[in-house]
Design a protein around this ligand. Structure first.
Ligand code: ADP
Ligand code: MG
Length: 498
């Protein structure tokens, strides 16, 4: 960036750039939110409803807009879902601060007010929570509503809950495998790891006996050989040396595997395995799966409760496991069962594009169920908790005194944009919805939210719309933090490229 933009105009520039990014995702919020089709120069298409995915795919160059994308990414990383809400809230907070600037408030006063409001709102929302037990399927359904997965919502939410309970709330112990073909209803949950791989050689036993070894490197040419200085007289001598040294190497490595698996078994290898070594192993009844992605390797070590050896030199004792080759459609898989709690969700779907979006929806749903399972607290969804927090903030704004209370009121207005946008995206009047919602909440109906089917408002708990408390809390915190960071910038200066 060459030009210097200065003072207030820099803030306003930043606010407007960030708001432009926000407006792209705003129409996707809520169960009736629309999807975006994104096409790149190469003609690749992504169809998605996921806020973070849309922002990641946009070609955003403005630094302030990039900060909003970062906030969405933080939300995705911490809570798996609620990214659109975070971004919409940040957009409203920024828009409202522009109005406050115009009224003559200093950025620092706005930041102070927003910070206080964010703390009060998150504290207040904790008081609205319910125990998460028995509500896990509802949390999954709330996340799935409006997504590609909705067609099989009952089945899919059941799978999510099963997977989370099986893995005791550890997201890292849940794997998702997409398998084109059939329909979403044929998706299933499996206790174990399924590798999209096959045994290396046809000669390998397809159901190996129950011992396994895991190696994080490979059984092939030792690459460091090339860095050794040698005096060789001819090309033939070099060939001879090369053949001999690498052969010794595989033989030695294969030998140490055979010693540990005298009755056969299976060897899982992160890198590649030399064919000669593989043939040697196959003769001893050992099946080999090579080039296993790192995440699969980690899942295997969790499933089998064992560590992954760095190389053939430091192998640990083999572990019990149950391995089998399976062909589904025209795809080959290696199915591994063990004692550890690792669950694989096998997703079925017609096309790769729908499967990709299905997978994103699934990951969100799994994530929020894990959050609810672990934190044990949920709140009513549909933006009802945001609206209740807005009323609470207005009731306390005067406490802050001075101009800060204007910022707190502005924060409350921004919180209301969540239920308002959900209603608006469903084709209902956002203002009427908010006004009715305020009355309901003042009358004590703390779970009132927008009725997206019929318009007006209804009790979110009657519709079983629940979301994890921590998701809402994080969304408010991420949105207010990114807003404050943007407001604190008073100058954009081109910096030297390093
Ligand atoms: P995000 O990326 O923020 O999760 P979504 O498009 O997934 O955005 O919309 C989530 C919002 O939709 C949440 O506030 C959730 O409570 C709300 N929601 C889900 N189902 C319903 C429903 N049946 N009625 C009203 N609101 C709903
Ligand atoms: Mg969502």
């Amino acid at each position: 960036m060459n030009e210097n933009e200065s003072n207030t105009s820099a803030v306003v520039h930043n606010i407007r750039a960030a708001k432009r990014a926000v407006s792209t995702v705003k129409t996707t919020l809520g169960p009736m939110g629309m999807d975006k089709m994104m096409v790149d120069g190469g003609g690749n298409v992504i169809v998605t409803n996921d806020g973070a995915t849309i922002l990641q795919q946009l070609d955003i160059t403005h630094p302030a807009a990039k900060m909003v994308v970062e906030a969405a990414n933080t939300q995705e990383n911490m809570c798996y879902d609620g990214t659109t809400s975070t971004v919409v809230l940040a957009g409203e907070l920024l828009g409202n601060s522009e109005l406050l600037f115009n009224k003559g408030l200093h950025a620092n006063i706005i930041c102070r007010g927003y910070r206080k409001a964010s703390r009060w709102a998150t504290e207040h929302i904790a008081n609205l929570s319910h125990p998460a037990k028995q509500k896990l399927a509802e949390v999954a359904k709330t996340s799935i509503t409006g997504k590609a997965l909705e067609s099989s919502i009952e089945h899919v939410s059941e799978l999510c809950v099963d997977a989370v309970v099986n893995s005791d709330g550890d997201y890292d112990r849940i794997r998702v495998l997409c398998q084109p073909g059939d329909s979403l209803d044929d998706s299933s949950c499996f206790n174990g790891v399924i590798l999209h791989k096959e045994f290396m050689l046809p000669a390998m036993p397809l159901v190996p006996t129950g011992k396994a070894l895991l190696i994080n490197t490979g059984l092939s040419d030792n690459k460091t050989d090339d860095n050794v200085q040698l005096n060789l007289g001819s090309a033939a001598e070099y060939q001879q040396y090369k053949r001999q040294s690498s052969r010794d190497n595989w033989v030695e490595k294969a030998q140490s595997v055979i010693e540990l698996l005298p009755d056969g078994g299976v060897l899982f290898v992160r890198d590649s395995v030399n064919e000669v070594a593989a043939a040697t192993l196959a003769r001893q009844g050992i099946s080999v799966v090579q080039r296993i992605p790192e995440s699969d390797m980690t899942a295997l070590s969790k499933l089998l409760n064992t560590s992954v050896a760095h190389g053939a030199e430091d192998l640990v004792d083999p572990v019990d496991c149950d391995v089998e080759c399976k062909t589904i459609g025209d795809m080959k898989y290696v199915v591994v069962k063990g004692d550890g709690e690792v669950t694989t969700l096998v997703l079925r779907g017609a096309t790769q594009q729908t499967l990709d979006e299905t997978e994103r929806g699934f990951e969100d749903a799994l994530g929020v169920v894990c959050l609810a399972y672990n934190s044990d607290k949920v709140v009513a969804g549909g933006g009802s908790s945001y609206l209740n927090a807005a009323l609470y903030l207005r009731s306390r704004a005067a406490e802050a005194g001075g101009r800060e209370q204007m910022a707190i009121d502005a924060f409350a207005d921004a919180l209301e944009s969540i239920p308002a946008t959900i209603a608006e995206n469903a084709g209902h009047d956002p203002l009427d919805t908010i006004l009715t919602l305020r009355n309901e909440h003042i009358a004590g109906n703390k779970s009132a939210g927008p009725d997206i089917e019929n318009g007006g408002v209804c009790n979110m708990l009657d519709l079983d719309v629940y979301e994890p408390l921590s998701l809402v809390r994080q969304a408010i915190q991420s949105a207010s933090e990114v807003t404050i960071s943007i407001l604190r910038i008073d100058d954009i200066i081109g910096k030297k490229t390093e």
